[in-house]
Design a protein around this ligand. Structure first.
Ligand code: ARG
Length: 291
């Protein structure tokens, strides 16, 4: 009899544990997307209460980069940074931005150490298990970049696919995938910072590189030796905010903020302002987290 009770209890416990793992018990089925920002605000859960913690990789003008201000201090600017501030204000949270290398932004977000990544993220399907994607806030394209001296060696993108060429792309980026797809026979060099790729193109260490078009064009204005040579096809055009996975209220609130920034003209202003700053005095070197 006792044995029977123990067995029944064990079975009940096993069943309840099993139910606990099931979708129904865990999944948050609240329809956040239909809520207003005022309804969402009290439901927002962030890494630190009252704060919005955002990771970014500031090697990516005009998205995020260091501009030298009138006092010769490098300051973190760019349209992602302006959008991050807009989102934080919209959500009623205090913004904290943590600069780091691009491949670090993805691991920090999947480890839930930050709430968002604003770093010119493409909604690449291979990232879907690590982050939720916001709506698209900016649409750009991809390019193959070289220097003026070497520009004539490449009459089509296929010409870059030779073992003798060193082709750069940022570590952890979709450009690294584009390099593997388009120039698999070349020596593909993955570097942590886009600014290092620019430096190595200019010094002749790299023969070419895959870079986001608007970024390549921004650096080409400051370094006219750079040549933005070919458009490179890529399916997931557009940039999204990466949102900490499973945080439905935050995702919905970020989408409302993005819609508002597009609607009230702020997004266009952020882009225009970032492009102007990118043409001015910028800092391309290594900075620590404090700038
Ligand atoms: N759009 C590309 C990607 O999502 C590159 C983004 C790089 N961002 C940066 N801040 N360096 O992989």
């Amino acid at each position: 009899m006792k044995k029977w009770i123990v067995l029944t209890l064990a079975l009940a416990l096993a069943l309840s544990l099993f139910a606990g793992c099931g979708k129904g018990a865990d999944a948050d089925e609240t329809d956040y997307a239909s809520m207003s920002i005022e309804e969402l605000k009290p439901l927002l859960k962030t890494v630190t209460d009252g704060k919005l913690t955002v990771a970014t990789s500031p090697d990516f003008a005009p998205y995020e980069f260091y501009s030298i201000d009138e006092n010769e201090n490098p300051t973190l600017v760019g349209f992602d940074i302006a959008l991050a501030q807009y989102i934080a204000d919209y959500l009623g949270l205090e913004l904290e931005i943590i600069p780091m290398d691009f491949d670090g932004t993805l691991s920090e977000l999947s480890a839930k150490k930050v709430d968002l990544v604003l770093s010119g993220y493409s909604p690449d399907p291979t990232r879907e298990d690590k982050m939720d994607f916001s709506d698209i806030y900016y649409v750009g394209g991809q390019s193959f970049v070289t220097v003026q001296d070497k520009a004539d060696s490449f009459s089509t993108l296929a010409d870059a696919n030779k073992a003798e060429y060193q082709i750069g792309a940022q570590l952890g980026s979709i450009q690294a995938d584009l390099a593997k797809e388009n120039t698999p026979d070349a020596d593909i060099v993955e570097l942590s910072k886009v600014t290092d790729i620019i430096a190595e193109l200019l010094s002749g260490k790299l023969d070419g590189a895959f870079i986001e078009t608007v970024v390549a064009e921004a650096y080409a204005k400051n370094y006219p030796e750079l040549c933005v040579k070919f458009d490179v096809p890529y399916e997931q055009e557009g940039s999204v905010v990466g949102v900490s996975k499973g945080n439905g209220a935050l995702l919905a609130a970020v989408n409302l903020a993005i819609a508002a920034a597009k609607e009230d003209g702020s997004m266009d202003e952020f882009v225009a302002e970032a492009n102007t700053l990118a043409e001015g005095n910028t800092y391309e070197g290594l900075l620590d987290n404090q700038g």
